[in-house]
Design a protein around this ligand. Structure first.
Ligand code: ZN
Length: 249
């Protein structure tokens, strides 16, 4: 019974974190926020503050090698199994001290870093590239996978638009806070809301064929500085460590 009561208390406490405040309206121009310190609600995880005290100075006592010089210097003796490799110090019969404190500091563990950028439709195949198409600019790359496939944020950022967009159907626009925006079009469903912070790989919707589309695919765009300033997305992604093969360049 005590355990159940504790669990209930923990659950009740946990719900407080899920309360969300209403986001500020994004500017209609969707200007990408730069990397200045004024970026609002940056989802970038702050580098964990080092809470550990500064590494202790190696104790002088450790350094003080006891005068364990044996009077009977071993000559060509077989090393015992598991013995440390022979060093000049060993050969001279001296004891070698190992500063374990220094070793521990040098190999301080860190959690593996999550990739900063990911393919927004990892199982999708390129069906159309950035460039002129049908007398106008095709401003993104098309990545086709079965309808309903999860579509994810290419990088961490803030959702600045989520909803119906002319021609794009259900679309999501993310400001990455580094001067670039990414745009995801023709979604069947949208699973984020405007003002929401997202991490790289966070699902933003499902693949569909809404808007001006001839079949299920993700239309993915990268914009520099502001929305409606598209750059070739696969080259940009490659520069950020993500290979989306199928387009020249
Ligand atoms: Zn497209």
């Amino acid at each position: 019974m005590i355990g159940a009561a504790l669990s209930a208390t923990l659950l009740a406490g946990g719900t407080a974190a899920s309360a969300s405040s209403s986001p500020a309206s994004p500017s209609p121009e969707f200007t990408a926020s730069g990397s200045s310190s004024s970026t609002p609600a940056s989802p970038e995880p702050a580098a964990p503050a080092s809470s550990s005290p500064s590494p202790a100075e190696p104790s002088a006592a450790v350094r003080r090698t006891p005068a364990a010089r044996s009077l009977s210097v071993p000559r060509e003796t077989e090393p015992a199994a598991g013995a440390l490799p022979q060093t000049p110090a060993h050969a001279a019969g001296r004891r070698v001290s190992v500063d374990l404190g220094a070793v521990r500091v040098a190999h301080k563990e860190r959690p593996p870093a999550a990739p900063a950028w990911v393919n927004p439709n990892p199982s999708g195949a390129v069906t159309s590239c950035f460039g002129p198409r049908w007398g106008r600019l095709h401003a993104g790359v098309d990545l086709a996978a079965p309808s309903g496939t999860p579509i994810v944020a290419a990088g961490a950022g803030v959702v600045v638009r989520a909803g119906e967009a002319d021609g794009y159907g259900n679309a999501v626009l993310i400001d990455h806070g580094n001067g670039y925006l990414t745009h995801y079009g023709h979604l069947a469903t949208i699973t984020v809301t405007e003002g929401q912070g997202v991490a790289a790989g966070r699902q933003v919707g499902t693949e569909g064929s809404t808007g001006h589309s001839t079949g299920p695919h993700l239309h993915f765009e990268v914009h520099r500085g502001r929305y409606q300033n598209p750059v070739e997305p696969t080259e940009w992604m490659r520069e950020h460590g993500v290979d989306i093969t199928g387009c020249a360049g």
